[in-house]
Ligand binder design. Structure first.
Ligand SMILES: [Zn+2]
Ligand SMILES: [Zn+2]
Length: 275
């Protein structure tokens, strides 16, 4: 039986004889079902029309994304730590070439994912590399393909290996997580942020939303909680949700000023918009 994949969001479901009745990720207020309705693909069908591309963002960090773009355009990051490779976030396509390349680089010691929009085909990846998947328990309800490889963690932080720490920020999702890489950013520290911290075209700021496609903002306290979770960590670079979303320097100040701007905007009294 195929493990069907939602074409709109890229989430893979548990193997079934028939297509799933609907996709709870897409019917959630943070995503959408296209006007033409729900559609599905399978790993084999996806691999026939797509392949993965690879880009090194900095030494020890390789982005992996699917071309032509599929679903949300998810991009995973292969992070080389002292103890072995960690896959940050996940994508829906795991083809033979990708398996061969990742194994050639030493395989995976673990997979960690920012939030359910990047769960994608995480079970396929876990099986191929015999690696555990670390998900925050706050998003347990959004797992569409339960698997013994999934290890839920609770609390505010989880050390994966030396210099690699998961930080629960919440916000976009209750279990929204970013990865802190102490040796990243040329030794100045890097955040791998998914869209828990969203890099915008102006790299001097980032922003935060409950739903990006549906333009639903977060509350000021939720965004302040993201800032408080990140405050103890040193970093200068942020690698965002897509290949071209990078804050190359001064990221700590970017986060602080972005949170201040956001909170001012959503707590306004309406007069700013009259000017
Ligand atoms: Zn979906
Ligand atoms: Zn998302």
């Amino acid at each position: 039986m195929p493990a069907f994949i939602c074409v709109t969001c890229g989430t893979q479901f548990a193997p079934s004889a028939k297509e799933p009745a609907y996709c709870p990720i897409c019917t959630d207020a943070r995503q959408f079902v296209p006007p033409a309705g729900q559609s599905w693909t399978t790993p084999d069908a996806l691999a026939r029309g797509h392949s993965n591309s690879f880009r090194q963002h900095e030494p020890g960090l390789i982005g992996i994304g699917t071309v032509p773009a599929f679903a949300i355009g998810q991009r995973a990051l292969l992070l080389a730590s002292d103890a072995g490779n960690v896959l940050w976030d996940c994508i829906s396509l795991l083809d033979d070439a990708t398996v061969a390349m990742v194994k050639g680089l030493g395989g995976l010691i673990g997979i960690a994912i920012s939030h359910p929009h990047y769960y994608a085909a995480m079970a396929d990846w876990a099986h191929a590399f015999d690696a555990p998947i670390h998900l925050h328990a706050g998003d347990r309800q959004w797992v569409m393909r339960p698997d013994p490889a999934i290890k839920f963690w609770d609390g505010d932080t989880l050390g994966l290996t030396r210099g690699v720490t998961l930080i629960r920020c919440g916000g976009h999702f209750a279990g929204g997580t970013v990865l802190h890489w102490a040796q990243g950013g040329g030794g100045r520290g890097a955040l791998l942020s998914g869209d828990i911290v969203q890099i915008i075209p102006d790299r001097k700021f980032v922003s935060f939303m409950r739903s990006y496609p549906n333009l639903i903002p977060l509350s000021a306290p939720a965004v302040e909680r993201v800032g408080a979770a990140l405050e103890p960590f040193a970093f200068d670079v942020i690698h965002g949700a897509w290949f071209d979303r990078i804050v190359p320097a001064d990221a700590k100040a970017v986060i602080r000023r972005s949170i201040a701007r956001y909170v001012t905007a959503v707590r306004g009294d309406g007069t700013a918009e009259l000017q």
